[in-house]
Design a protein around this ligand. Sequence first.
Ligand code: AR6
Length: 356
Amino acid sequence: MPFRIVSGDITKLRVDAIVNAANSSLLGGGGVDGAIHRAAGPRLLEECRTLNGCRTGEAKVTLGYDLPAKFVIHTVGPIWQGGHCGEEELLRSAYRNSLLLAREKHCESVAFPMISAGVYGYPKDQALEVAVSTIRAFLDEEENDMEVLLVIFDRGSFRFDVHLYSEISGYLRNTYDEEKERGSFFGDVAKSVAFGGVSGSRCSLFSRSKSTFSANCESAVREDIDEEAAAAAPNDLRKALENLDESFSQALLRMIDSKGMKDSECYKKANIDRKLFSKIRSDINYRPSKQTVLAFAVALELDLPETEAFLRKAGFALSHSNKADVIVEYFIRNKNYDMYRINEALFAFDQNLLGA
Ligand code: AR6
């Protein structure tokens, strides 16, 4: 099920539950705790008084009162003391116990702040790693079907892996065509057609309006991509490419089978919602977004020519004048199919994430 990193104020989110990074008294405080109490109103404190506090690493639940969220799950993260006092284990427990409580309350969506990463002083890069890996392990379990958001309040405090950040920056410098992305709309598309690469969003915009330009644009791109992809693709994929009548949905289902994957394994790895997957499965003519196609390409561990061919099925192409495309291309080239990592990188570079 989908995991998303979003920026903003957790008190504004319309989800089933938000998680509060509280202290063991559960009687309020500063930071996100103060913001949640202010937004929920005084009845939240009244209910908190009946809970008799909460130990570090554990979690308790109340109603959301004036918040858009139905529930508040209060958890207590560890205070950072240098990392040798069981802080990591306690932080993992805080996330896991909150998720278990959300499941017990039948929540379909839950949002977390970065627990312990403020006043409690947990190093932000390590707090992010613990948050993402714990949420991921929970969502990977077959029975856990929930949307989980990690809310970054202050984007400056989002600490993405420094080494990977500089590698991706280098790849962007060499590959990303910023001029083209900034260029005028028509000029941009015309140039892209000439170079055989059209950014997905623009192409889909045109195809929706069904203009003549759209038809020209699509057929010009189709020829280039089909030839390029067919030349580079391995035999079984080439056979699939020859089958031009096959829709995106049919191609996806066949590829899941040919990779020997279970459906649930594939949509979980793609960070795609189960309901969306069922829709794609049952609608042979389903028109996915570019992000959805790329998410499945990553889950299926396709190489670049295969990814191009797969995108083509849905009327898209990878473009060097689209920063998100170049970032995803970097991961595929390096055979790094870790969707969580890819989405962290996309977030770090302020791009839309993959999956649902
Ligand atoms: N929405 C989302 N995240 C937020 C918000 C918000 N409105 N406000 C702050 N954050 P902290 P802790 C982020 O200090 O480190 C309290 O006094 C913030 O940027 O709130 O677990 C309690 O009562 C940071 O990334 O919690 C405890 O005494 C993250 O939330 C103590 O602080 C956590 O920062 C708990 O400290």
